[in-house]
Design a protein around this ligand. Structure first.
Ligand code: ADP
Ligand code: MG
Length: 351
């Protein structure tokens, strides 16, 4: 559906040339949800502007639904642009228009007759779950509802591709999840190809099939989301992966486990690459003087690498417990004591 070949974008500025996008090659399949993640300044928004032909590449090409955008004349380009739609971090709604009128706007621009427009607007309102809000103004809506209007408006003319540039970055976590669920729903229902630009890894993990990691304008790593999570290769990718496993409700898990297992200490082991989970735990059983109880965990193995987390309960005298923790750390596993017998104080974290 989308193919980027040797894509480069250089901006000439007073202080010299800025390379915003550098030799990007990507192939995004029809019906795929493709994530592009990178920190601020990585070149994501420039890439988006190249995708919807708001910028011209300095070198390389963008091909969407078989059309090489650089080779089209103005009329063809306008037609090709109709296949590509976009939603934004700050929604970009028309504030003086109601929900219905906002959604109708691109239909008016496309010259769709009134009766057909009305029908399409109602369909879209239903699709994005805004029933009953058609006559509200944007200022009367929550952030999540505003983004639903943005999505409905973007889908009005049946695009083939939806570009989402930080579309959930202004929303709270719960609303973010609801909007991501909606995108998955739409992706399934109408087979829409979605390009998800973000700096948040949980957004990628929740709904993307594949992901590309951008740094300094280039794609430094790409693959299926599961492979990237199991086996991140670049430092920056490891950072992003870590971001998610740490957010992974650590506090909540700790609280529940501490209630359930009041004896001894509970320790969280984090495996990122290299160290293999099973041998470490079996060695720990054999060599230490603590009772080891596996409480819960989620460790995936790929070709000798492990990724994931494991919660253990360790019981024994404090010297033996310290030795056991030191052993884990020697094996390259991160350890974090999340509760101990006196209560549920996450000692290391507070200390
Ligand atoms: P991101 O969206 O990942 O934060 P951007 O694509 O906005 O990154 O920017 C990538 C780099 O290109 C940044 O260094 C930015 O300053 C530069 N850049 C973006 N647009 C322009 C422009 N119009 N002129 C000059 N430099 C630009
Ligand atoms: Mg940006």
């Amino acid at each position: 559906m989308i193919r980027l070949d040797g894509l480069r974008k250089i901006f000439p500025t007073k202080n010299g040339n800025v390379t915003a996008v550098e030799n990007v090659n990507l192939d995004i399949q029809d019906g795929e949800i493709f994530g592009i993640i990178g920190y601020s300044g990585a070149g994501k928004s420039t890439l988006v502007r190249l995708l919807n032909a708001l910028e011209k590449p300095t070198e390389g090409s963008v091909t969407i639904a078989g059309n090489n955008l650089s080779k089209l004349n103005n009329k063809q380009l306008r037609a090709a642009r109709r296949d590509i739609s976009m939603i934004f971090q700050h929604f970009n709604l028309l504030w003086s228009r109601t929900v219905r009128q906002n959604i109708a706007f691109p239909l008016e621009v496309a010259g769709i007759p009134k009766a057909k427009r009305r029908k399409r607007v109602e369909e879209l309102i239903q699709l994005v779950g805004l029933e009953g809000r058609g006559d509200s103004y944007p200022s009367q809506l929550s952030g999540g509802q505003k983004q639903r209007v943005g999505i409905a408006r973007a889908l009005a003319n049946n695009p083939k591709v939806l570009l989402c540039d930080e579309a959930t970055s202004a929303l709270d976590p719960k609303t973010t999840d609801a909007i991501l669920d909606l995108l998955v729903d739409i992706n399934r229902k109408i087979g829409l190809t979605i390009v998800l630009i973000t700096h948040e890894m949980h957004v990628i993990r929740k709904i993307s099939h594949r992901v590309a990691v951008m740094e300094n304008g280039g794609v430094v790593e790409q693959g299926s989301v599961i492979d990237i999570f199991r086996n991140p290769k670049q430092e920056i990718t490891k950072d992003f992966v870590k971001q998610v496993s740490e957010i992974d409700n650590t506090q909540e898990t700790a609280r529940l486990l501490a209630e359930q297992f009041p004896e001894g200490i509970i320790v969280k082991l984090t495996f990122i690459g290299k160290s293999a989970g099973e041998p470490i735990i079996s060695k720990l059983f054999k060599r230490s003087n603590v009772d080891v109880n596996i409480l819960e965990g989620d460790v995936s193995q790929t070709r000798g690498d492990s990724f994931g987390k494991l919660y253990l309960q360790l019981q024994g005298n404090s010297k033996a417990v310290e030795d056991a923790l030191a052993f884990c750390r020697e094996q390259g596993v991160e350890t974090e004591v999340i509760s101990h017998a006196e209560g549920t104080v996450p000692a290391r974290r507070l200390g």
